[in-house]
Write a protein that binds this ligand. Sequence first.
Ligand code: DCP
Ligand code: MG
Ligand code: MN
Length: 338
Amino acid sequence: HKHTGGSGNGGPNAQTLSVLQELADYYDQTRDQWRSKSYRQAISALRKHTSKINTKEEAMRVYGIGSSIAEKIEEIVRTNHLRKLDSTKLDERQQTLNKFMKIYGVGLHAAERWASAGHKTLDDLLQKAELSDNQKIGIAHYDDFNSRVPRSEVEKHAAIIEKVLKSLDPKYQIHTMGSYRRGAQDSGDIDLLITKPGVPIENIRTTIMDRLVPLLTKHKFLVAALAQTSHADSTKWHGASCLPGSNTWRRIDLLLVPEEELGAALLYFTGNDIFNRSMRLLASKKGMRLNQRGLYKDVLRDRGREKLSQGTLVEGKDEKKIFEALGVPWRPPEHRIC
Ligand code: DCP
Ligand code: MG
Ligand code: MN
């Protein structure tokens, strides 16, 4: 199976992107956060670009790409290769860890345990390691979960959920979040926010968990439930979905939100994660607190900046009003890439 390296079904800069991704993975691995972030930013900017970038000058005109990465882009296009990658070849153990950590739901801890036990391939794991059911699914669908979902396919998954949900109750609303809402041409997973005006979250949870999920599972659209937080008041469902006639499984997240928290949830689940962090930091500097439920003021903190009280709600329902209350000009989702 061919790894497309984050280029989905191509795009004019697919080859460049896959080489840059290798280097980004390397910096991730070495915990070089600054470089890792620069590369991530450049990759997401280039992925959105609709024409082929050939030269350093062209690359530098793309917002989010600096001169050093621009130079590398030109080298990749010119030589079909990046010399930097030769000198940063990871040792074998690092490569094994990388491979294992790309299994959905597997972190450094499990990867290190397996590598230390001498496992080197996914087949080794299947044959010799003790695996949870979710890990088995992660390995069986390794290529699926590591390939990007084209924007048009995200829309198809969302449309199926929306149709079935509205057939249960037409008052439900659904928003496609994450990288999709930021305008990405392809996404790592499908993030859907679900709400119904005027009813408490318990009500929404019952409809989704006890009716929608079982129904879509019966229809074989939802094909796996993954990493469920076990407690009964969970407002998230993580799993996998598969379009009729396809055998590609996609990662899908359902996020259940009451109307009062819709704005804060829209803000949070649009991301990206680094933009979110900067908004939370800003709130904190203004003596407020921002999370996926709302913006709060009069948060009491002790000298160690440890929170002593939740504070009072400033805004939760309206995304634009949260920006206003923070004194930040509105930033459309496409511009929330840090
Ligand atoms: N999020 C966050 N911090 C995290 C995880 C998530 O702030 N640690 C928020 C911002 C993300 C959103 O949730 O944009 C959705 O999470 P995803 O992991 O699905 O990330 P994206 O949708 O942004 O990217 P991808 O295309 O890889 O799914
Ligand atoms: Mg996502
Ligand atoms: Mn997600």
